[in-house]
Design a binder for this molecule. Structure first.
Ligand code: WQD
Length: 386
């Protein structure tokens, strides 16, 4: 097949059709070093997002593209359920033994509140899928994994900005499913220090969209997250002008929760650095202060890194920025706290900068501008209703 003639590295991205997934697929394609396949069950994503990604990729082809350049713009999109062994095996086996270079595992359920209502679904979809994926990867000789973790693993952190050595103390089944998956992968690496290499990326709050306005955050149903909710209000998709602020009695500068927002394109590019860390010549796992997870930190080629800017912003800061970006005069009303919210999740970005070379460059204004550009160009999101 054409992949055998190619020098591109085959990568599977689970959740590749989602908000973070589609931007990550695009980042990999634009390096023209990878051939990307996506596994997605489209529970919270649209197949159309990958059509748009390929459209942007084609627009960015060089003058005289090589066969590999053209191949790299073609995303193989597999619709599959990661909790079903036969479906996972049929996708991974299609690359042959040793044909799959690595996997970026992003697919997960991710709503803190919902995870308290349906914990078993969260543990099945987030934990057993990770277990199954690692098992099938092992069978087909693939031992490189980038895992999508989250700041939510820190629970209520004792120190803010939060360093990676912070004890993991998640406060919801969703957060605990992330801690469990990190622990499983860390134990796997410790058991096979000469074969497995895993980088966990603890995402803070991604925001914005690719500047083309062709891809963006498009959750199914009413957005739970702040930024897409404000964008839906401003574009008239949600007929409300008043944001309910979930509490202003937190120990923060203006009483509202503080979060570390980073541009989705910076977050996506962070995955390129993680893949480079999995290359054979990488020294990432030699750093003594690289942070593992278990009692014997650093054993096994497992490392976890924060992906954030290191700048905390409150709900009111975000509302002000979105007023400027959209021209929409949001009102706010203070209501009760939301279960599971913690006062401040701001990253200490030092380790990711020092060891991965990660730097989230885009500022809040560009996040809001790119989000608004996506939303106004796609007032009803992705047009297909699949
Ligand atoms: C941000 C702030 C709310 C809506 C979420 C997921 C988490 C992770 C990151 C995956 C909070 C406040 C919100 C509203 C509000 N995703 N807010 N009124 O909670 O930091 O984390 O994204 O890993 O799993 O839960 O983001 O956008 O939901 O909230 O006041 O109508 O906005 O209280 O302080 P959060 P968010």
């Amino acid at each position: 097949t054409s992949t055998q003639a190619s020098s591109l590295k085959n990568i599977i991205i689970t959740g590749g059709a989602g908000y973070i997934g589609s931007h990550t697929v695009l980042s990999l394609i634009l390096t023209r070093k990878y051939r990307v396949a996506s596994i997605d069950n489209f529970h919270n994503a649209y197949p159309a997002s990958l059509d748009r990604v390929q459209e942007i990729a084609r627009q960015n082809l060089p003058e005289n593209p090589t066969d590999d350049d053209i191949l790299s713009t073609q995303v193989q999109s597999f619709k599959a359920d990661l909790t079903k062994e036969d479906q996972v095996r049929s996708v991974v086996s299609s690359f042959g033994h040793g044909g799959l270079w690595g996997v970026i595992h992003i697919a997960a359920y991710k709503a803190v509140g919902e995870s308290n209502e349906i914990p078993l679904a969260y543990y099945e979809n987030n934990v057993s899928a990770t277990l199954l994926l690692a098992k099938v990867m092992e069978e087909y000789g693939c031992h490189r994994l980038v895992y999508s973790s989250s700041a939510t693993v820190y629970g209520i952190p004792p120190i803010v900005p939060i360093p990676e050595i912070t004890k993991l103390d998640a406060m919801s089944p969703y957060g605990r499913s992330k801690v469990m998956s990190e622990t499983i992968l860390s134990d796997l690496c410790r058991s096979k220090p000469d074969t497995w290499k895993v980088i966990s990326l603890r995402y803070f709050n991604p925001a914005g969209a690719h500047p083309s306005g062709l891809i963006g955050e498009e959750p199914r149903g009413r957005p739970g997250n702040l930024l897409p909710l404000l964008a839906h209000m401003a574009v008239g998709r949600i007929k409300e002008a008043t944001l309910k602020v979930f509490g202003n009695d937190y120990p923060t500068p203006d009483g509202a929760c503080v979060r570390d927002y980073l541009h989705i394109c910076d977050l996506a590019d962070g995955h390129l650095l993680a893949l480079e860390a999995l290359e054979d010549g990488s020294t990432v796992f030699d750093h003594p202060d690289g942070v593992g997870i278990g009692p014997k930190e650093g054993e096994g080629k497992y490392r976890a890194f924060n992906l954030g800017k290191g700048q905390g912003l409150s709900v009111f800061n975000i509302v002000d920025a979105m007023r400027k970006a959209t021209g929409f005069d949001f009102q706010t009303v203070i209501v009760g706290r939301r279960a599971g919210d913690v006062p401040d999740l701001t990253a200490d970005p030092t380790l990711a900068r020092k060891i991965l070379g990660f730097e989230a460059k885009h500022d809040l204004e560009s996040m809001c501008r790119d989000l608004w550009n996506w939303q106004t160009k796609n007032p009803e999101g992705y047009t297909t209703t699949q």
